[in-house]
Structures are given as C-alpha cells and as structure tokens.
Design a protein around this ligand. Structure first.
Ligand code: GRF
Length: 193
C-alpha cells in the first residue's frame, strides 16, 4: 500500500478524486497527510470530511526567519518525513517545491499539470491553450523537479478543444480528465515501484 502526502492550494478536486479512488478500491494507497499553503483551501475541508489529517503551513509564518523560503520548505519536509509517506503528490499545489522536499523524496514527488507538457507550462495553461486555438490540449502527470512543470513525464492524456467550446467547458473537460489520470497513474505506481 502506497502512503501518500498530498500538497494542495485550493479547491482540492484532484485530492477528492484520489480519496474516491481509494474508497472505491481502485487505488491501494493511504493518504497520511494533506498539506495546504492556503488556510482557506477547500481541499482542507475535503480531507477533514474524509478523516484525513489536514495541515496548513502558511509561507507568511516564516517571514521572520533569515531564509523564509528555506524554513517554509523545511517545515513541509519535516511533516512529510514524520508522516513516513512514500510519495508526495502536488495536486493543485501552486508553489515551487524546494530542494528540501525534493531531496528527501528523490524521484518520488509528482505533479499534475492541465496541459500536454512541454506545451503550455505555468499557471494559466488552460486559458493559454484555449487562446492559442490549438485543436487538442490535455493533462500531464510528471516527476517534479526544482523547476515549474518540468521533469520526466509519467502519463499524459489528450483533451480535444472543440470549435464551439467556451473556456468553462474546456476547463470542465480537462478537470474530468485529471480526475481520471492522476488516480490511474498512482495506481500504476502501486504496481510498479
Ligand atoms: C488543477 O487543474 C491542477 O492541474 C492545477 O491546479 C488545478 C487544481 O485543481 N495545478 P484542484 O485544486 O485539484 O481542484
């Protein structure tokens, strides 16, 4: 059984997809802790409703430290190491993860991105693909590294952009694809690593 630490920053619909996949018996894993950098992240509520330990670590709590970013990432590392997780999953975590965490879980941190990397990296991937008028975009799950939306790709799925699409329709289609791809990729990790 894989022990997971999930990092979030917002709604947590991908966290919910993992929770649901575990409950349905489609993913042999246990979520040991959910950590958010935003106190109002709805994903924290989702974790608590599922009986999962939910923690908020605010970067602003470390501004008095000599090296705030290092202290913040060190706090993340400590919680994840103490929780004894096997994999760290960035499910809508909108910050760069520091080497403190990456080095504690070498090649065992994965990130979810709502585009077909290396196309459309960054925080506005869906909007940019929509504006670019490309016929197809998609979703990527990859091993995270010290750069945003970079690292070896584990899985991708294509999502068509239809001529009459609104941005909202495309976003809904992409999130539905994410909710399939992330749990499925984690399930494959269960059986291969
Ligand atoms: C997802 O689209 C993810 O790919 C991106 O942020 C969004 C998070 O959604 N990084 P949620 O918080 O899981 O609902």
């Amino acid at each position: 059984m894989l022990k997971l630490g999930i990092l979030i920053s917002g709604n947590g619909s991908n966290l919910q997809a993992i929770i649901d996949a575990i409950a349905a018996g489609d993913l042999d894993a246990r979520i040991e802790v959910v950590i958010s950098n935003k106190p109002n992240a709805y994903g924290l509520e989702r974790a608590r409703a599922a009986g999962i330990r939910a923690v908020c670590i605010k970067p602003s709590s470390f501004t008095v430290a000599e090296e705030p970013t290092h202290s913040y990432n060190e706090a993340l590392r400590r919680i994840l190491v103490d929780a004894d997780v096997d994999w760290v999953v960035m499910a809508g975590y909108m910050k760069l993860l520091g080497p403190e965490v990456l080095n504690a879980f070498p090649n065992h941190v994965i990130n979810l991105h709502p585009a077909l990397l290396p196309k459309f990296p960054g925080a506005h991937a869906i909007e940019e693909a929509f504006a670019a008028g490309v016929p197809t975009t998609g979703v990527t799950v990859h091993i995270a590294n010290e750069r945003f939306d970079d690292g070896p790709i584990l899985a991708q799925t294509e999502v068509p952009i239809n001529p009459d699409d609104t941005l909202e329709a495309l976003e809904a289609r992409i999130h539905a694809a994410e909710h399939q791809l992330l749990p499925q990729t984690l399930a494959e990790l269960c059986s291969t690593r």
